[in-house]
Design a protein around this ligand. Structure first.
Ligand SMILES: [Fe+2]
Ligand SMILES: [Fe+2]
Length: 467
């Protein structure tokens, strides 16, 4: 099963790659160029693989992502340039999707390419393309599907919010149950995590945005849920299957379960720990293992959760805690959870007495520690995932407007999509979305980031805008 999923994923990525290559090369040379013809052949091979199981290949752009026959194509780092190129081409032409029927030939693709190139330079490129390509029965084009209307958008936000707060209240419930000596049921966590995985697969940015709001009460519960979300998102980036994401989300949710035994006054202490307090805090991994093994519904997953709870403060160079007699290799889930844990801890206010760090500062600190403490390869994925300017980062724009990062631009990490929340005179405005990758007609960027801001200093309530 897994193997089949992997290969269809590879084919889907290949199709995007080849299509981008064909369009790009034919723009430089001409559609009859040898390099173009070779790419067309390669595209044909890939399409044929899909035709083995489906009667057509529909390549649709929704937002910043491509979907092949309704399945989202994951973007990998090495293909970013081609992906982005094709995204821009689709947008330039006003294209929503291209569909190849299983009777398509290399000649049809070349004819389509000709139509494409001549349409690209007109004022109404989509209409021209649809007309010019009208004679090719095996290839059809469509405009983007109607954007989600505001009501639908509001409903999605509600679902995301409900999913997030459900998970928090479940976590709180488990902590309190265990604290009072009752047995909590691990199986009930599965539902909470299941819906987080589902939401993450479709509404990643919104759910990640929820983790950026750091001024909640009950830090510990939010922290567990945030670490779970960030871990699932990481898992998705490295290509874990849905059931693996579910497991990862579960073990991440329980990583700090042992903290319920650390006295509240220590946990929420506004100043640094004394040596004695540190000794207590350092016991939470072991206490976590004990609590997990005591839960109802103990199964194989409990063992995995126990391993991560035990290991999540052990570093790559074998320092950290708890003390161990022999060094050992850390579990892959631990390495993912540790990244999410450090990041969320540093960017939150209620952990170990620190004032919250800006996301960029947290990332640069993690960068310094990466060799000794973290997994350098996973860290690269992590940085790529949260972006240089993670969702929720407060920014001062060159125009003197204040804005919040709302979504990343995959290929131009320093030009995210932002929500402008105050005008050039510092007056609060109804938030409106601006894409910092947008250029003027003369090719210069319309607006740019001047610097990041500390939301606490500027009294920006992230929750107000992101929810
Ligand atoms: Fe911890
Ligand atoms: Fe933690």
């Amino acid at each position: 099963m897994q193997k089949k999923g992997d290969s269809s994923e590879r084919v889907a990525k290949g199709i995007v790659n080849q299509l981008a290559a064909i369009i790009r090369t034919s723009q430089i040379h001409n559609p009859q160029n040898v390099a173009v013809l070779k790419s067309v052949d390669r595209l044909m091979e890939l399409l044929t693989v899909v035709f083995g199981e489906e009667s057509a290949v529909n390549l649709e752009l929704v937002g910043e992502y491509f979907y092949l026959n309704e399945s989202r194509i994951k973007v990998s780092m090495d293909q970013l340039i081609n992906f982005d190129y094709l995204v821009h081409e689709y947008k330039k032409l006003g294209l929503g999707s291209i569909t190849f029927g299983n009777d398509v030939t290399a000649e049809d693709i070349q004819a389509f390419l000709k139509a494409y190139l001549s349409a690209a330079f007109t004022d109404v490129p989509f209409d021209e393309l649809a007309m010019a390509a009208g004679g090719i029965s095996s290839i059809s084009v469509a405009i983007p599907r109607v954007e989600k209307d505001t009501k639908e958008e509001t409903d999605i936000r509600k679902t995301v919010k409900a999913t997030y707060f459900n998970a928090v209240s479940y976590t709180k419930g488990v902590f309190e149950k265990i604290k009072s000596g009752e047995k909590a049921n691990i199986k009930r966590a599965k539902r909470a995590v299941q819906s987080m995985v589902d939401v993450l697969l479709t509404e990643e940015e919104l759910l990640m945005g929820m983790t950026a709001i750091k001024d909640y009460d009950d830090y510990t519960y939010h922290h567990c849920v945030n670490v779970s979300i960030l871990s699932i998102a990481m898992g998705q980036k490295i290509g874990l299957s849905k059931s693996q994401l579910q497991e990862l989300g579960m073990v991440a949710l329980f990583h700090d379960l042992g903290k319920m035994e650390v006295p509240q006054e220590v946990l929420n202490k506004p100043t640094s720990f004394t040596d004695d307090e540190w000794k207590i805090v350092k016991k939470h991994p072991m206490w976590g293992v004990r609590a997990i093994l005591n839960m109802k519904g103990f199964d194989e997953l409990s063992i995995k959760a126990g391993i991560v709870a035990f290991e999540h403060h052990i570093y790559r160079d074998n320092t950290g805690y708890p003390d161990r007699r022999f060094p050992h290799d850390l579990d892959i889930f631990t390495r993912i959870v540790s990244l999410a844990d450090q990041y969320d801890g540093m960017t939150s206010s209620r952990v170990y007495s620190r004032t919250p760090m800006s996301p960029e500062k947290a990332l640069s600190l993690m960068m310094e520690r990466v060799e000794s403490q973290l997994d350098p390869r996973l860290f690269k994925f992590f940085v790529n995932m949260v972006g240089i300017f993670p969702v929720g980062t407060a920014l001062m724009l060159k125009s003197r407007e204040i804005a919040l990062v709302y979504g990343a631009n995959m290929s131009i990490p320093d030009r995210p999509r932002v929500l402008v929340i105050s005008d050039t005179d510092g007056r609060k405005v109804q938030g409106h979305l601006v894409d910092l990758a947008e250029k003027d007609q003369d090719g210069t960027f319309k607006n740019s980031i001047a610097r990041t801001l500390d939301p606490n200093k500027f009294k920006i309530n992230l929750a107000e805008y992101l929810l």
